[in-house]
Design a protein around this ligand. Structure first.
Ligand code: PLP
Ligand code: COI
Length: 344
């Protein structure tokens, strides 16, 4: 099968229309089996609760091509688990794992020509989404739901490719309340963050960094990624917070640090100002962000450097990146059983 003639290395994180997407409907309390369709537009009732009250959630994952041509997903069952934790929080029906995985596999297979080849630096981003459809006006759950999966070949999330160092700016706007929806992958969390991202970019940063909403002291996460810190005393730290998205990438990186690098790891509240001097390296991690080293953070009206300007990635982030991406691309043996091959 031929691949599309795209300039894979030039791709950014933008939507590219592929040939097929999968759609299934939940009606009268039951999921239909779903099918592939070619129309990228959704026809939706003007009264749909997903449009008015943000009754919708989504997931993000990637398929990669290995050197031997295998097409690999990374821990997709955890994305299904997370969607099925978010869905009931928003009074939406869970998506059965078999439907979730089948939808992803069928969509990836049908769009084989769009999966970036091994070594191209790009990957196929997969966006599963669950939306409340059908008519409704009051603040009630939707009568029907659509589960849809589309894919798009993508390059790096931050415009600098690979392991380029990024910067974050602490936002005075909160992303999520302590007992709100921050730990769920609800689209509503992201709408509220658009302004924070814009303000961060105006300061010259790549992304907003959120501190805990109650005290504005402890690191929560970035707009689209969790945070990890390599401390000067040799540990890998990551924030404990009930307001952040439980990142599958972070969970994997923490396990790699502990088991493959024999590092001491700690998931605990991290006080940005009090602990900054103990930061040796920092990174933002997620499906889209992969592992992007953080070189400096804007807070209290100033830039605070972790790396000196112009410095490239530090050794801990480099090792973690190599391990993570090596496994995801099938270059390093998958000792943790994280890969899910799609038969093409
Ligand atoms: N935090 C936020 C707000 C995100 O949107 C994402 C991306 O999904 C992550 C963290 C990283 O999560 P994961 O590693 O599961 O992609
Ligand atoms: C992902 O990393 O998959 C996300 O969903 C983040 C999004 C803002 C691109």
């Amino acid at each position: 099968m031929n691949k599309k003639a795209l300039n894979w290395a030039e791709l950014g994180f933008q939507y590219v229309k592929t040939d097929y997407r999968f759609t299934a409907f939940h009606e009268n309390g039951e999921w239909g089996e779903g099918q592939l369709v070619s129309d990228e537009n959704i026809s939706i009732h003007e009264g749909a609760p997903s449009l008015h009250y943000a009754q919708q959630c989504f997931e993000g994952m990637k398929a990669q091509t290995a050197e031997d041509g295998r097409v690999l997903l990374f821990r997709p069952k955890l994305n299904c688990e997370r969607m099925n934790r978010t869905a009931p929080r928003l009074l939406m029906p869970e998506v059965p794992e078999a439907l979730f995985l089948n939808a992803i596999e069928e969509t990836v297979r049908a769009n084989y020509a769009w999966i970036p080849p091994y070594g191209s630096g790009a990957s196929l981003y997969i966006r599963p989404m669950l939306i409340g459809v059908g008519e409704n006006l009051g603040l009630n759950p939707a009568p029907e739901y659509e589960f849809r999966v589309f894919v798009s070949p993508v390059g790096p999330y931050y415009k600098e490719a690979g392991l380029a160092v990024i910067s974050l700016a602490v936002s005075e706007i909160d992303r999520a309340a302590p007992n709100g929806t921050g730990s769920f992958k609800a689209g509503a969390n992201y709408a509220g963050g658009l302004l924070a991202t814009r303000k961060a970019k105006e300061l010259g940063a790549n992304e907003a960094l959120y501190l805990d909403a109650a005290e504005h002291r402890y690191i929560d996460e970035a707009g689209s990624a969790n945070i990890i810190i390599a401390s000067k005393d040799g540990k890998l730290l990551t924030p404990a917070s009930n307001a952040i998205l439980p990142s599958i990438t972070r969970r994997s990186i923490m396990e790699l640090a502990a088991k493959s690098l024999n590092m001491e790891t700690e998931e605990r509240p991290i006080d940005l100002r009090a602990e900054f001097a103990n930061f040796d390296e920092a990174g933002a991690c997620g499906t889209a962000a992969v592992l992007s080293p953080v070189g400096k953070i804007w807070f209290d009206d100033d830039w605070h450097n972790i790396y000196q300007d112009g410095q490239t990635v530090g050794p801990i982030m480099q090792k973690l990146y190599d391990l993570l991406v090596g496994i995801q691309k099938g270059e390093i043996s998958d000792n943790f059983d994280w890969l899910h091959e799609i038969e093409i």
